[in-house]
Design a protein around this ligand. Structure first.
Ligand code: GDP
Length: 522
């Protein structure tokens, strides 16, 4: 009999973080192929194939051929049920991307071996690090000439400040890529060798016994030397240090040629955590607790005016989801029946009956939910920890085209802000509306929804990227400190925020007003 405990311990819920073009789509597809969730590559994103994934409902998605908000992919492998939460890159990068990381138990970071750590990887890494979740690293594109592996390991430590442990090590690279030395499984996996010689076992000394072509090459000796160096001077890998996010296991491979992916997946599933307890105002909630609970980490609006409904993505944190169950929305105390319209997203296999802690469900929403909402089955309601607010980087001044539409304009903005689609700021005296976002796409979605859902055409004036800093000692702030290069505004909780034009303007301000303590959100 499958108990809840067994079910929960089989869950692995993660997101892939990377900079555009590092190979996230390619790796995701390979993983889904292993799990049997798709039959051919090229089906994950519509972007490249002209097909649309099942998660693409929104008109805007179709127009752009992208997935506006993250979707969920699920497959079974090695008696584990794997949930991959997509975190979009490119211009569709938004707060959703960050919030999705609040709903996973671990992350997989892909690094392009030739490019090393890139801007978006760094941003996403920081959010994972802040949560202290385990991060697994896949160094991709070894079939091309890239940086020296030792250099990449050093960069991880220097740029990200995380210790690294090589689970395997490349033997050559690019045209001379021969395979990987698999430290964890004590074998060599040969590149482009498919017969029984693909995996060659290592002896007690960690060397190959017998005559093999791969040994003829100096690259094999070079790899052995590197491994010796790592054994002696490298970091120690322990599951505790992985669990606390202090060390990242590093895997080398090539997603495109499907090399090293299976080894990665199997080792990942072995070490990645199952759903962990979540903090709430009633203490930690155990995922094996029989009473269903979860929180909303994302709301996806349906852009089709004929279907005003939205979908709230819920991460289950305890218990088991059942169709038609009655739950409580902690924020309002309202009782809601999760009707039959509730289902898994991006997955028409209807496995929803088995959704337990760690899984994600989509709930049709007619305006009940906000980002961060807690839902509980228990009569004794509680709230999970608040989702953090993220420091926006892009800003727009917004007005209604038609002044007669002021009421609708403010109503629409307030609802979209509450829902978490965008952040609201106002100038101090004139109360001009300034919207803040993490990614450009949030503005486009905002504009589209204002028109479709609130029938308001908006005018957006780009005021560019800014460095937003909140103020610790608000009493010391004077109006005169506000200038075009350090604009003083209020956030929606009436906290004071400076929007600095750039780093230089911020430093100039701090030098001039050393008493003012500035801080950023995440
Ligand atoms: P994403 O933007 O991170 O989703 O990246 P994609 O998966 O779309 O990959 C970007 C480009 O890199 C595509 O042209 C891929 O074919 C290519 N690519 C991905 N993985 C590899 C790899 O292992 N080796 C090589 N040579 N190219 C790769």
């Amino acid at each position: 009999m499958t108990t809840l405990k067994n079910e929960v311990s089989s869950r692995r819920t993660f997101a892939i973080i990377s900079h555009p073009d590092a190979g996230k789509t390619t790796l995701t597809e390979q993983l889904l192929l292993f799990g049997g969730a798709i039959r051919s590559a090229g089906t994950v994103k519509g972007k490249k194939t002209g097909k649309y994934a099942t998660s693409d409902w929104m008109e805007i998605e179709k127009q752009r051929g992208i997935s506006v908000t993250s979707s969920v992919m699920q497959f079974d492998y090695d008696n584990k049920r794997v949930n991959i939460l997509d975190t979009p890159g490119h211009q569709d990068f938004s707060e959703d991307t960050y919030r999705t990381l609040m709903a996973v138990d671990s992350a997989v970071m892909i690094i392009d071996a030739a490019k090393g750590i890139e801007a978006q990887t760094l941003k996403l890494f920081k959010v994972c690090k802040m949560r202290g979740i385990p991060i697994f690293t896949f160094v991709n594109k070894l079939d091309r000439q890239g940086r020296e592996p030792l250099e990449i390991m050093e960069e991880l430590e220097e740029v990200l400040g995380i210790e690294s442990y090589a689970m395997n090590w490349p033997i050559g690279m690019g045209k001379e890529f021969l395979g990987i030395y698999d430290r964890h499984n004590r074998r060599i996996e040969q590149f482009r060798v498919e017969d029984q010689e693909r995996f060659l076992p290592l002896n007690e000394d960690g060397e190959l016994e017998g005559e093999y072509a791969i040994k003829q090459s100096g690259l094999y000796d070079q790899a052995l030397e590197d491994i010796m160096l790592l054994d002696e001077a490298g970091n120690q890998f322990t599951e505790e240090r992985l669990a606390s996010g202090d060390i990242t296991p590093v895997f080398f491979g090539s997603a495109l040629t499907n090399f090293g992916v299976q080894t990665f997946l199997e080792t990942y599933l072995q070490f990645a955590p199952s759903p962990q307890p979540r903090q709430s105002d009633a203490g930690a909630i155990d995922p094996e607790n029989e009473e269903f609970s979860g929180f909303v980490f994302k709301i996806q609006a349906n852009m089709n005016p004929a279907h005003r409904d939205r979908i709230a993505f819920l991460r289950i944190c305890s218990g088991k989801f059942e169709r038609g169950m009655t739950v409580q929305l902690a924020r309002t105390g309202k009782t809601i029946k999760l009707s039959s319209s509730t289902s898994f997203l991006a997955d028409d296999r209807n496995t929803v009956d088995q959704a337990v802690s760690g899984d994600i469900i989509g709930i049709y929403d007619t305006g009940n939910y906000q980002i961060g909402d807690t839902i509980t089955e228990s009569k004794k309601s509680f709230q999970f920890e608040k989702l953090p607010q993220f420091t926006p980087e892009l800003f727009m001044r917004v007005t209604a085209k038609n002044v007669m539409k002021q009421k609708h304009f403010h109503k629409g903005i307030n609802q979209l802000v509450q829902e978490g689609a965008i952040q609201l700021y106002k100038t101090l005296r004139t109360e001009d509306v300034i919207l803040g976002a993490v990614g450009q796409l949030q503005f486009e979605v905002f504009e589209h929804r204002m028109k479709n859902e609130y029938n308001v055409d908006v005018m957006m004036e780009n005021i560019g990227s800014k460095i937003a800093r909140w103020v610790e000692n608000e009493g010391d702030i004077k109006d005169s400190m506000s200038s075009s290069r350090s604009m003083l505004v209020k956030d929606r909780h009436d906290r004071l925020v400076f929007l600095f034009e750039n780093d230089f303007a911020m430093r100039w301000f701090s030098d001039k007003h050393p008493g003012i303590k500035l801080f950023s959100l995440l």
